[in-house]
Design a protein. Sequence first.
Length: 356
Amino acid sequence: MSGENKVLREGMLVGLCNPLLDISAATDVAFLEKYDLQLNNAILAEEKHKPLYKELVSQYKVDYIAGGSGQNALRVAQRVLEKPNTTVFMGCVGKDEYSEILQTKARSEGVNVRYQYTDTESTGTCAVLLTNNGANRSLCANLAAANLFTKQHVEIPENRKFIDEADFFYITGFFLTVNPDTIMEVARHANAENKVLMMNLSAPFLSQFFKEPMMQAFPYIDILFGNETEAETFAKEQNLPVSHDMSEIALCIAALPKENQKRKRIVIITQGKDDVIIAQDGKVTRIPAMNVPDDKIVDTNGAGDAFVGGFISQLLQGRPIDVCVRCGVWAATQIIQQDGCTFPTDLLIPEGFRAV
């Protein structure tokens, strides 16, 4: 899985998740009140929020950021690699101006997007409403078209080619709510061809309410990501015999039944400012997080996605797991000092992480 330098090529990794266009703007409290939104909260849009997006664009200066957890991770990986189209992303969008913006943004950052298009829903969006000079933010997500992805999309010959030619796959837990059939199609393919399948626990509610599709895919997972809350919830829901000790939880999750016996499962748990835990081959390794002063932290929302992106950028180069994790920590550290899951334009990639 690692330890030997790999030559980067196009289409090495395929990712599956929900593509969302983040629409970010500095607004005011009156705008929040109009749409019954709270400071520092995140919700899924209801019917009453539908006009919000158009009004935001027409009334305020907005920034468009290609978003969604999986797409964020691939964007970060591409930024570190600086080799366009090393990764391919699939998800469902509408036939509208937002999907055009989303595609242009993601492609400009090096991700080869292969969206499925639907006529029945608009592209998923997330309004990021900043108030009090950016000190407060309110998120309102409308998943819309992202929920309509079908397995037929990966069966189209030009898309199936990407699946067949990839060596790595990354699927977020959020995709479990959308299309488990596609996850299993990719998982079985990865298993049969001895390819690497990475998944993310993504959010506690997935371990609680989507247990069946999650555990159907679980034996096929080679590398699992999650934060401490997600890992603890998963362990509790699966009745694993563990305490609150994250090392113990990681080892138990790594030891769950696995289809491909040619490689052991690796479990990676992030803990914010605390050490990252790696469970591998019955042992635990800890990698320290990088300290960022509180006054430098702007937005922690994309930290987990950035961590995965940094990790992926090194894994695709065949670098050891500890280097992959260190790059993930570095990437997350950069992202939390920016608005949204974006790198500074003038950022230099450290020599130890750069693609050869």
